[in-house]
Design a protein around this ligand. Structure first.
Ligand SMILES: [Zn+2]
Length: 237
């Protein structure tokens, strides 16, 4: 079921799934959406499981749990088994993010989206952790990914390869700009995010900081960057 909460970050809305009576990511606390989830569950809901704590996935959890008769709400940790799922830790978009594995199906929350790329903010997220998560997911050889937003991904290996290549290409361009002496946000964006339209430039500036954080962790940043570019993510603006 898709919730009616479209936005640039949620695409056409949050996807909620039901498998063997377990609800994955109830989405916003919206009566019409939760009605649809209850109807889809048919015989009743055994429990609710979250891929991460962001509000567009978790807000409706307590309401739905109450309406389902007080069922548990679980955000599992790595390796934990919940209902029919096994959790795989996939930090990156959020530090507490997990994918829920169900046979060869992966419920991947915001680790992979059906369209476009995932937003990684510095501090709250981590680009280094994210790349590791993508590689671990790739190694599972899944048949289909069910994302938190957007359509199913029927060729997980190709999608994950694209995602990894996309991030590494940005990093390559960024390092190239740094090597050429660029030190300001504007010059780094001009070089490494030149394809991004103007209205997405603020989001690109946040992503730039996530990349700089990764390079800093790896000891690969020059010391004379424009002040504020390595603010550590406290202020994602
Ligand atoms: Zn989301």
């Amino acid at each position: 079921m898709r919730a009616a909460n479209p936005s640039p970050l949620t695409l056409d809305g949050t996807n909620t799934y039901v498998a063997e009576g377990w609800v994955i990511d109830p989405g916003p606390d919206d009566d019409a959406h939760l009605d649809a989830v209850l109807a889809a569950a048919g015989d009743g809901i055994a429990g609710i499981v979250l891929t991460h704590s962001h509000i567009d996935h978790s807000e409706g959890a307590e309401s739905l749990a109450a309406r389902a008769g007080g069922v548990p709400v679980v955000l599992p940790s790595d390796g934990e088994e919940v209902g029919p799922f096994r959790a795989l830790a996939t930090p990156g978009h959020a530090p507490d993010h997990v994918c829920l594995l169900f046979g060869k199906t992966g419920f991947v929350g915001d680790t992979v989206l059906g369209e476009g790329s995932v937003f990684i903010a510095p501090g709250e997220g981590s680009l280094s952790a994210y790349l590791d998560s993508l590689r671990r997911l790739r190694a599972l050889g899944l048949d289909v990914l069910c994302p938190g937003h957007g359509p199913y991904v029927w060729d997980p290996a190709a999608k994950l390869d694209d995602y990894i290549a996309h991030r590494l290409e940005r990093e390559r361009l960024l390092v190239q700009a740094l090597d050429a002496g660029a030190r300001t946000e504007d010059r780094l964006l001009d070089h490494a995010w030149s394809d991004v339209p103007g209205h997405l430039r603020p989001a690109a500036a946040v992503t730039l900081r996530a990349h700089l954080e990764k390079l800093s962790d790896e000891g690969r940043l020059p010391r004379d960057l424009e002040p504020g570019l390595l603010a550590g993510g406290a202020d994602p603006g």
